[in-house]
Design a protein around this ligand. Structure first.
Ligand code: TXA
Ligand code: MG
Length: 320
């Protein structure tokens, strides 16, 4: 398949073209505020099967369904008062809610991996415009090959999925750079299944999942090998402790030599925006310079730093 690349220009002809592809069961990669997603019609079994196939994703790992607003979400998921309050406060935005699926929702069963719960999210960015224009709920995982880090640019999508999907819409780097926060709102107390772009502080939730607790429930996708660069990763390495065979990802100081700065100013939001591009770049540098590993500076565990550390920990355990 030849993949078509288009810019998300203001004229919006890309939007009509992308909607046409969605209606015919094809796949379009385009940005949300978090990362680039691979969108297909969630009501089409063929489109959903094509998503799993293009990514090489295990079929037991369900997909997030993207909708333009709360009314559309309520046609798919059963909302509790707490869920509705969270949606009202944070949508459109980087928050995904896990809820009981409405039995009459006409979704392809593979979207929920055959389960009784559904993950729904109302995003920002071109993918949100496509959900509105196509008038279809859009199943959209991150637009990377299963097992690699999420794409934050159209170029990352090209590196992973060129020739496997119909279209890529380029709107520049994703604004946030880290995936949405996933909250399970089925029980009495909301539980964070995946820390993400919306920090626990911003969620203002009393009872929170401790992402460092091995016993805590997590999203199915976090159980598999995930978010991993192809070189071994070491965390919390101060500049003086970087080994000669390692590429350094620095934080809070100017990057020296071959180091890659996550944020020279020590700004966590900036580090989140740069993280996945830096991991991809570090992999390429390591391959071309004969280095064998990646060392990452200490990242504070506050705000979006919690999600950054979560992704780095998973990458470190997957690559080690
Ligand atoms: O920011 C994001 O969330 C991006 C953009 C494109 O929206 N999407 C994204 O999708 O990160 P993906 O497929 O890469 O990660 C979705 C995660 C997986 O870990 C999956 O297991 C979990 O959501 N998930 C999906 N449905 C679920 C459900 N019903 N219950 C629990 N976890 C679920
Ligand atoms: Mg993903």
């Amino acid at each position: 398949m030849k993949t078509e690349y288009r810019e998300a220009d203001d004229a919006g002809s890309w939007l009509q073209e992308a909607a046409r592809i969605i209606h015919s069961g094809g796949l379009v990669a385009l940005a949300t505020e978090t990362v680039y997603g691979l969108a297909g019609d969630a009501t089409s079994a063929d489109a959903v099967a094509a998503i799993y196939f293009a990514k090489g994703r295990p079929s037991n790992n369900p997909l997030i369904v993207h909708i333009p607003g709360l009314a559309a979400a309520k046609r798919l998921a059963v909302f509790s008062d707490t869920a509705e309050e969270l949606a009202n406060r944070h949508w459109p935005g980087p928050l995904t809610l896990v809820l009981p699926v409405v039995p009459s929702a006409q979704l392809a069963s593979a979207v929920t991996a055959g389960g009784a719960s559904i993950a729904v999210r109302c995003p920002q960015g071109p993918l949100a415009a496509l959900a509105k224009t196509s008038q279809r709920p859009l199943a959209a995982p991150s637009a990377n090959l299963s097992g690699t880090v999420s794409p934050t640019t159209a170029e990352h999508v090209r590196a992973d999925l060129d020739g496997r999907i119909a279209m890529v819409i380029d709107s520049g780097p994703a604004a946030v750079g880290l995936e949405s926060t996933i909250v399970d709102v089925r029980g009495d107390e909301p539980i964070i299944l995946r820390p993400g772009a919306l920090s626990a502080e911003a969620l203002c939730m009393g009872l929170l999942n401790d992402a460092s607790d091995d016993e805590a429930p997590v999203a199915p996708g976090l159980l598999s090998r995930h978010y991993a660069p192809s070189h071994p990763l070491r965390l919390d390495v101060s500049p003086g402790d970087v080994a000669p065979h390692e590429i350094y990802l620095s934080f809070g100081q100017p990057a020296r030599g071959s180091a890659i700065a996550l944020s020279e100013a020590g700004d966590l939001e900036e580090a989140a925006r740069h993280l996945y591009a830096a991991l991809r770049l570090a992999d390429r540098h390591a391959a071309s310079s004969g280095k064998r590993g990646i060392a990452v500076a200490p990242i504070p565990e506050t705000g979006v730093g919690v999600a950054i550390r979560n992704r780095l920990l998973r990458a470190a355990s997957a690559s080690g």
